[in-house]
Design a binder for this molecule. Structure first.
Ligand SMILES: [Zn+2]
Ligand SMILES: [Zn+2]
Length: 346
């Protein structure tokens, strides 16, 4: 089978590899759709410290259950089921795993980062990583998965956004600001809007601004520099600000736009050595909470349910689709950053 693998710093290449042999507890998944993510770019550039050299990338994917190891106990899976994959698997033994913070587990293994992932035809995953997509019933009584495999591949990034939204503690009626309208910013916009917030988006790309308003529930979307500076201590500004870019300048800007008493969530992933300049006095005076969000604890089932509810046109997030054999074209489109989610359907 063909796989896309991180071979050396700066390069992801197509290779041939054997279909994986299953170990006890595992399920073989035939990949149906696999998204490219900013994390893959960080991995490619050697900026993800826990990534394993030569790993097959792909941590945002869906597929069909193909087979089970005879010693695998899979209580809610059947051959042929469409599943979304939760790539983050904890050790279940460390202090974090024992205290409801399994996503902080130092021994977390991540499918597509530390072990071979979904930019491939087949992947072996632990049974608990495979989250079945709910079925809907047709008029003739037959049932099918409630979303397409391409939309199911959005479950992992959406599960990260579910956690980001949890971290923001939005209350209905809040004024929310989202910096950046890439796929994560748009998903954040949609879930904040569904939570009853008035959502403003700042984004330089016009197509993304339009998408934020037309498809993802933003009340308004403006270019950087358009919004006036706020005096958050006088009651202007935003109750919750989500930084979905991953750059020091926007991390600092997020703090400046927060209303006194507000919450700033740094969602975007910066480079390891980046530093942000903020004024401690401003944080003191506005009594701000600056928090972050790391992976997707307890988020995958909620994400799948949100996708299946269909309140948002999630398909609008997918701007490009390629075959795995066209990976290098997909990678160039992704790096150009002019589209939204780029999906590989092997
Ligand atoms: Zn990702
Ligand atoms: Zn652990």
């Amino acid at each position: 089978m063909t796989v896309a693998s991180w071979q050396e710093i700066g390069s992801i290449q197509l290779l041939n590899k054997q279909v994986p042999l299953l170990k006890p507890g595992e399920v073989l998944v035939k990949v149906a759709a696999s998204g490219i993510c900013g994390t893959d770019l960080h991995i490619c550039h050697g900026e993800t410290p826990h990534a394993t050299p030569k790993v097959v990338i792909g941590h945002e994917f869906s597929g069909y259950v193909h087979s089970f190891h005879p010693e695998t106990k899979a209580y809610n899976l059947q051959v042929g089921d469409l599943v979304a994959i939760d790539p983050n698997m904890p050790c279940n033994q460390c202090t974090f795993c024992r205290n409801q913070k399994y996503h902080l587990c130092p021994h977390l293994f991540c499918i597509g980062v530390t072990v071979d992932g979904g930019m491939s035809h087949y992947v072996a995953v632990p049974a608990r990583a495979a989250m079945p997509i709910p079925k809907k019933t047709n008029v003739d009584g037959s049932s099918v998965a409630a979303v397409t495999p391409e939309v199911a591949a959005l479950a992992e990034p959406l599960s990260c956004v579910v956690h980001a939204i949890d971290q923001g503690h939005i209350k209905t009626g809040d004024r929310v600001l989202v910096l950046g309208a890439g796929p994560i910013g748009l998903m954040t916009t949609a879930l904040a809007s569904l939570s009853g917030a008035h959502v403003t988006v700042i984004e330089p790309n016009e197509m993304r601004r339009q998408t934020a308003v037309q498809s993802f529930g933003a009340a308004e979307a403006v270019a950087p520099g358009v919004l006036p500076a706020v005096r958050g201590e006088l009651g202007e500004g935003y109750d919750v600000v989500f930084e979905c870019v991953g750059r020091p300048a926007t991390c600092a800007e997020a703090v400046r736009f927060a209303k006194a008493g507000g919450i700033v969530v740094w969602v975007g992933v910066t480079k390891v050595d980046d530093r942000v300049q903020v004024a401690p006095f401003e944080i003191y005076r506005k009594e701000l909470t600056i928090t972050s969000t790391y992976t997707n604890p307890y988020g995958i089932e909620r994400a799948v349910n949100i996708l299946a509810q269909g309140k948002v046109d999630w398909q609008a997030l997918i701007s490009h689709q390629f075959k795995l054999s066209e990976f290098s074209d997909a990678w160039e489109v992704f790096k150009a950053g002019t589209g939204l989610k780029v999906i590989i359907a092997p």
